[in-house]
Structures are given as C-alpha cells and as structure tokens.
Design a protein. Structure first.
Length: 294
C-alpha cells in the first residue's frame, strides 16, 4: 500500500467538495492510504504570490513541507497549483543552498527547519506511474464504452518540466491513457494544451473567456461527449466558466466536465448517487444516460 500525507489545498475542500468525495472513494480502492496531517496551510498560489515576493512564497511553501517532514511522509497533492508550488520549492531547496538558508532563517522564527527529506507527488503521476494503467483496468467493473472524452491537462501538472520530470508537457499521454483505462476513449482535438486562463482571469476576463471558448469550439466541432481534467482550478474555469462564455459571446455550450476521479468511480461501479453529481453546474444527464447510469 502507498501511503502519503494528503495535501488538499484550498479550492477542493472549500469550493469543490464533490471532487474530494470522488477522490476519497477511488484512491483507497487503489491501495492508497491518505493521512490527514494537522498544520498544513495554503500552498500558496504559484502565480500571484510568487510574482509579488518569491522569498515569502517559498517560505510559506517550505513551512508546509516541514509539516510533512515532521510526520515522515511524502506529500500527495490533489491540486495542480499546489503541486507546482510544493514540488518547485522542494526541488529548489535541494539544489540551491543559498535559498534554503534564507528560507530556514525565516522558518527558524517559528521553530521550524526544512531538511529536504521527503518528496512531493501529484495525483496524476501517482495514478499513472505508481498505480499504473493495468491495475486501474483491473478495478474497472463498469467500462465506460462509447464515451468520447476531451482530456485537459492544464499548465501546472507537467511544468516546469526540469522539475516535474514526468510525461512530455508538449505531447502528454498520461491522462489520455488513464481515461482509456476506464473503457472510455480519449480523443484528439485542437487546443488540447490550451491554458484554461486562470492566471489572467483577474486582469482580463474577456481574454480568459476567449481562451476557453476556443477550446469549447473544438470539443463541440469534434463531437466529443465531455471534458476530463485532474486540476481543480481548470475544472472551475472550464465548467463554471461556460455560463460566462455563453453570456459574453451568445454561445450555448453545455459540455459536461468531469474530474478524472469521477469517471474512474463510475467505471469502478460506484453508485453515481454517492458522487455528488448534483453539484455540477453543467448537467451530466446526457453522459449518464449514454452510459445507462441511473
């Protein structure tokens, strides 16, 4: 059994508890033990806070890593933004001793010291590399045959590549193969690697909406049934953002958006009534009817 310190982040427990529910349903079935560790805080955000003050951002991230070090557990992150922040700082303190010294000078004020004794992992790499497609296939009792899926990786799952060192950020395959393991089919489409626009949403929302509109157009043109991601921020932008796109550009997108754990839960035969599907803003009924899920 694989065992980790669970780092939930802020968005999943506060805005997307139904995604947390699905994750907690499927990971134990894959022999992953999630340990609740007291003391974690915000990661913090890898875009805004890093841009304001790198040392502050790094110190706050390092404090979280210290909490896991004290527990003697590697970190498993469910949020791709948290993943980039924690993975980056865990890498940097092992390769930049001057930065490590600055961070520890700050941490010493609260009685902590980062050592670099653990690793930080994201849910995508754990599912694909450590659990593996074949084991996931073994757990599938209700294959999602006939479902055509648009995979969305997001920006933080695989980049920066020299730190993440997993999959190819330009031509990734991991999420596609995980989707295929459920019996569904991950299909190619233009704009697959296009950013969801979270990073610019607070500066130019129209530009952000134009980005996801372009992605929606290609998904609709290719006649795909739904979109699947593992990033909670991408999920928010791509699912809840459809209403804003429809209003701003007089569109009528109704593309269901799933977190991968939700598709996997269905494929494992978990009753959809246990999965919080009622909290989706874009209704899942067309997909569930196609799959004959009651």
């Amino acid at each position: 059994m694989l065992e980790y310190a669970l780092f939930l982040g802020c968005n999943i427990p506060n805005r997307l508890p139904h995604l947390e529910l699905a994750i907690r349903k499927v990971l134990p079935e894959l022999d992953i033990k999630l340990n609740e560790i007291d003391g974690f805080g915000c990661c913090p955000d890898p875009i805004g806070i890093q841009a304001l003050n790198y040392e502050t951002w790094a110190t706050l991230a390092a404090r979280n890593i210290c909490v896991a070090e004290e527990a003697g557990l590697d970190i498993l992150t469910l949020c791709m933004g948290c993943y980039e922040t924690l993975k980056t700082i865990n890498y940097e303190i092992k390769h930049d001793l001057e930065l490590k010294e600055k961070i520890n000078k700050n941490l010493n004020k609260i009685g902590k010291e980062i050592k670099g004794s653990i690793e930080v992992y994201g849910i995508l790499e754990i599912l694909y590399r450590d659990i593996g497609v074949e084991k996931i296939k073994e757990k599938v009792t209700n294959p999602l045959g006939g479902l055509k899926v648009a995979a969305h990786y997001g920006c933080h799952a695989l980049k920066p590549a020299y730190i993440i060192q997993f999959d190819d950020p330009a031509m990734p395959v991991s999420l596609d193969k995980l989707i295929d393991a459920t019996g569904a089919k991950s299909m190619p489409y233009l704009n697959k690697n296009l950013c969801c626009g979270t990073g610019i949403s607070g500066v130019d929302q129209r530009a952000q909406l134009e980005m996801i509109r372009a992605k929606f157009h290609e998904i609709r043109r290719t006649k795909l049934d739904c979109l699947c991601t593992l990033c909670p921020l991408c999920y928010i932008q791509l699912e809840m953002g459809q209403r804003l796109v429809n209003k701003e550009f007089d569109e009528d997108f109704k593309i269901p958006v799933f977190h991968y754990a939700e598709l996997l839960a269905l494929a494992m035969g978990i009753d959809q009534k246990e999965l919080g599907f009622k909290f989706h803003r874009v209704k899942l009924k067309p997909v569930l009817e196609m799959l004959s899920v009651k």
